[in-house]
Design a protein around this ligand. Structure first.
Ligand code: ZN
Ligand code: ZN
Length: 136
């Protein structure tokens, strides 16, 4: 059954509700995600666009990934929290990514795919059974 999860940025100016569970939860250890998150990796929940309702204003940074693809990194302009990521390919497929650390309840997330393990920080241990990809 579909439940609804709430989330938002640190200051609360941006809030969202997401139909749950998502299609997939993944981590990304690419250098750009590390830079943007100021952390070891991004946690991404993949949702259909229709499964996400956002209130408040997001600022967009048009990033270029190592692959050359454009990545729209959307964050709260007040507190700087990364909230949403979109790519032209995902948009064409009707999908959108939330930075899952912004969920109010994130304790039970189970990432099953791990992107860009080739640039992961060496102390990060990925869980057994997950799919690990050197790149994307
Ligand atoms: Zn904020
Ligand atoms: Zn990344």
């Amino acid at each position: 059954m579909t439940e609804i999860r709430q989330g938002g940025c640190l200051c609360g100016a941006v809030r969202y509700e997401a139909d749950w569970p998502p299609m997939m939860v993944a981590t990304c250890s690419c250098k750009n995600c590390q830079k943007q998150a100021g952390s070891a990796l991004s946690i991404l929940a993949v949702l259909p666009q229709s499964g996400l309702r956002v209130t408040g204003e997001l600022t967009t940074y048009n990033d270029i990934a190592k692959s050359g693809n454009t990545v729209y990194r959307k964050f709260c302009g007040s507190c700087g929290s990364p909230v949403i990521t979109e790519t032209p390919e995902a948009q064409a497929q009707g999908m959108i990514f939330i930075k899952a650390g912004s969920l109010d309840q994130a304790e039970d997330l189970k990432p099953t795919v791990h992107f860009w393990t080739s640039t992961a920080q060496h102390w990060v241990v990925f869980p057994e059974g997950g799919k690990q990809l050197d790149t994307q």
